[in-house]
Ligand binder design. Structure first.
Ligand code: SIN
Ligand code: MN
Length: 267
């Protein structure tokens, strides 16, 4: 798959691009099987919900699991990321957010870049997310909400950021991945932006793929439905945008230190 000029322009304007069923049922089944193997392993990159039981996310699986190592080099994802960022890229983060049936918790409204800037010293927002639906996303199971066009607002630099309460948690990397997110946006900011620009919640079958800008405002509601909602997110960063990692670096399963430019696999 090569992105068309129209798709690249759409991404530039709205901050996201949704491609239905990029992966086949067979390809998704292979990824789901790998996830089933991983979820039972008590690894440092496995994060639990506040009930201390339900898995919230797995991090860094591209370094441990062959199918995900291949996925990050898949030409449809990698080449598109390079085209959008106009640069060679490496994997900055890899995660699978579970949003489990009857218990997957929310992601408060936020932008991603503020985390990467403040926690890792990423110089500029020359990074993007590629989200792969591992389940069907519907109106019941907590799809992601986006404010299209909000990536142009640079809210962080206008000083509109409001830190959420980090409920009794130590102010460490866990507050970057929990439902009490460290840098979330306030109600007034969201209401104003949503009134101006609207909201979208891309829904569709498993295998669908969503590219989104690291300054695009997004969040998602808890999943009280009986349907799992597993989302795999690869964050590609430009090789010209390596973080400085000043201070105490976050764990490697959360932020990769391997900056080697990725080469696409053959189709
Ligand atoms: C994210 O903000 O990284 C993911 C949100 C979600 O999984 O709904
Ligand atoms: Mn996010």
């Amino acid at each position: 798959m090569k992105l068309t000029q129209e798709q690249i322009e759409y991404y530039g304007e709205h901050g996201l691009l949704f491609i239905l069923e990029l992966f086949s049922t067979k390809e998704v089944a292979a990824m789901q099987a790998a996830v089933e193997d991983l979820i039972v392993k008590d690894t440092p990159g496995r994060i639990l919900e506040k009930d201390n039981k339900t898995v919230r996310a797995l991090h860094g699986c591209h370094t441990t699991t062959e199918i995900f190592d291949s996925l990050v080099r898949h030409p449809s994802l990698l080449t598109s990321a390079c085209e959008i960022l106009n640069s060679d890229v490496y994997v900055y983060q890899f995660k699978i957010n579970f949003k489990a049936a009857f218990g997957g918790d929310l992601w408060p409204w936020h932008q991603d870049f503020v985390f990467w800037d403040r926690e890792d010293g990423m110089p500029s927002p020359k990074a993007l997310n590629v989200a792969v639906f591992l389940d069907e996303f519907n109106e019941f199971n907590g799809p992601m909400y986006f404010i299209p066009g909000s990536h142009k607002e640079s809210l962080v630099h206008l000083g509109q950021i409001e830190s959420s309460e980090v409920n009794g948690q130590k102010n460490d990397w866990k507050s970057n991945v929990s439902a009490a997110l460290k840098y979330s946006l306030g109600k007034e900011t969201i209401a104003k932006l949503a009134n101006e620009k609207g909201l979208v919640a891309p829904k569709g079958p498993s295998g669908s793929v969503l590219f989104f800008h690291c300054n695009l405002v997004h969040g998602s509601a808890p999943n009280i439905s009986p349907y799992d909602r597993r989302l795999l997110i690869i964050t590609y960063n430009s090789i010209n945008n390596i973080p400085s990692f000043k201070g105490k670096p976050r764990p490697e399963f959360l932020v990769s230190r391997d900056h080697t430019p990725l080469q696409p696999l053959l189709d």
